[in-house]
Write a protein that binds this ligand. Sequence first.
Ligand code: HEC
Length: 154
Amino acid sequence: MTRSTRSLAAFALCVLGASAFAEPGPLASYDPPLDPAFAKLIANADLKAGARYFERKCSQCHDAEKSGGNFKGPHLWNVIGRMAATREGFRFSPAMKAVKKKWTYATLNYYLADTERAVPGREMNLTGIEDDATRANVIAFLRTLSNAPAELPK
Ligand code: HEC
């Protein structure tokens, strides 16, 4: 950063308030490969159970239809492979914008296990999905929300 962009940033902070910026949370530097045990859970997931769980716990905020759109939460069609906080037309929190990571099986697993731990300050009002198998079912369901579903982990 040059001196002038730094002072511009400081100025913007004063004008907009500190809440407009966010320190990147742990997800921003989360890089480990997908845990092999969790990969197995995704490969053998119960899709119907994942869809039911999504319907009960996620669909009040997220649209999963291809022809759908943003709602209380961003449209989740094509979410795997997409950079976090880039769904057009949705106002993401500064915390989510600071993530700058692609949604993969590994990053979704980390985020959905405990959303506030992964992205402190996120604006998604859901703690997370504690149970590994349930989380794998939901992620396997998210995979199907795509024009070209990602390869299943081996
Ligand atoms: C009460 C509303 C609400 C519920 C319930 C909810 N979400 Fe969200 N979700 C949001 C909001 C709002 C955001 C944007 C968060 C931000 O900007 O900090 C979000 C963001 C996300 C993202 C990141 C999307 C992107 O494009 O970067 C994923 C993935 C996600 N939610 C999955 C889920 C799943 C899976 C469930 C159910 C287990 C769920 N959400 C339940 C409101 C919700």
